[in-house]
Design a binder for this molecule. Structure first.
Ligand code: ADP
Length: 265
């Protein structure tokens, strides 16, 4: 698979919900094959950025491309795992039916799923260790299992770009570890863009980091510099430190912005 082209690019993108500006003058390009982790404060515009990339929202100004196409032009290009894995809790729909939703657009334009779609959906469930639960309703599954089904849905059309919005936020440690191992296995096969507050993900897996706080600061390396965190979070991120920033990802730049100033304990 050639990774020479740009997987996702934003050029001079500005977006507001009504009169509230959320993102302004956003410029960055994600090379194919990247494992990009997006960090930033709550309300900074991370989810909005993903929705723009998917074509669920349209920019006020600027241009967004996914593998050279407009967002949403080919729904099979990008897979999306939304933030709230609890979404389908009370909805009487089976895991397989959820995953089949990921075949819309890849199903030849019709509303009826064919044998190929069912096979692809089963395969996606199987790759997430959930084939045994294909016919169970979502409400009977644990949060971690529901999330695995949503991930299966996102990959059911074999996308070239996978976007995940805080997939580690609400799952237990065991599910988290197996999810990270699975994501790590995607390297070299898919471009991954993932919103996460979990700094260990950055040190362990990311090849690039973007800080989103109305503006986007793209860093083509997985090293977190103190000023990146400051720019992204506005102040010293005690909350992040509580989640455990591995010290080795905090590079010391100079005395003023030294490591000591940012590590509280
Ligand atoms: P993040 O994902 O970084 O927490 P979001 O992209 O969800 O940030 O939100 C960015 C800003 O846009 C926030 O101030 C949020 O309140 C606002 N916002 C998000 N969705 C909507 C919406 N549908 N309508 C109006 N404002 C919204």
């Amino acid at each position: 698979m050639g990774f020479n082209e740009s997987a996702l690019s934003f050029e001079k993108v500005t977006f507001s919900y009504g009169n509230s500006p959320v993102l302004s003058d956003v410029n960055f390009s994600v090379p194919g094959g990247e494992f990009l982790v997006i960090i930033g404060p709550n309300g900074g515009g991370k989810t909005t950025l993903l929705k723009l990339a998917l074509g669920l929202l349209a920019p006020d100004k600027g241009k967004i491309s996914i593998f050279g196409k407009n967002p949403g032009e080919d729904p099979t290009t990008a897979g999306y795992v939304p933030q709230d894995a609890g979404l389908s809790r009370d909805f009487p729909i089976t895991a397989l039916e959820v995953v089949l939703q990921g075949r819309i657009g890849g199903a030849g334009g019709g509303w009826r799923y064919g044998k190929k779609d069912r096979e692809a959906a089963y395969d996606a469930l199987e790759s997430m260790g959930m084939a045994h639960a294909a016919n169970r309703t979502m409400g009977l599954l644990s949060q971690g299992q529901r999330q695995r089904v949503l991930i299966a849905r996102s990959i059911a059309s074999a996308p070239r770009l996978l976007m995940l919005d805080e997939p580690l936020a609400s799952i237990d440690a065991e599910s988290r570890d197996s999810l990270m191992a699975w994501l790590a296995g995607l390297k070299g096969k898919m471009t991954v863009v993932m919103v996460s507050h979990d700094m260990s993900v950055i040190s362990g897996h990311a090849t690039a980091v973007a800080c989103v706080n109305r503006r986007v600061f793209y860093h083509g390396s997985a090293e977190i510099l103190p000023e990146m965190v400051e720019t992204a979070y506005g102040s010293c991120p005690v909350e992040l430190i509580a989640h455990g920033i591995p010290h080795r990802v905090l590079a010391v730049h100079d005395h003023e912005h030294g490591e000591e100033a940012h590590i509280h304990d």
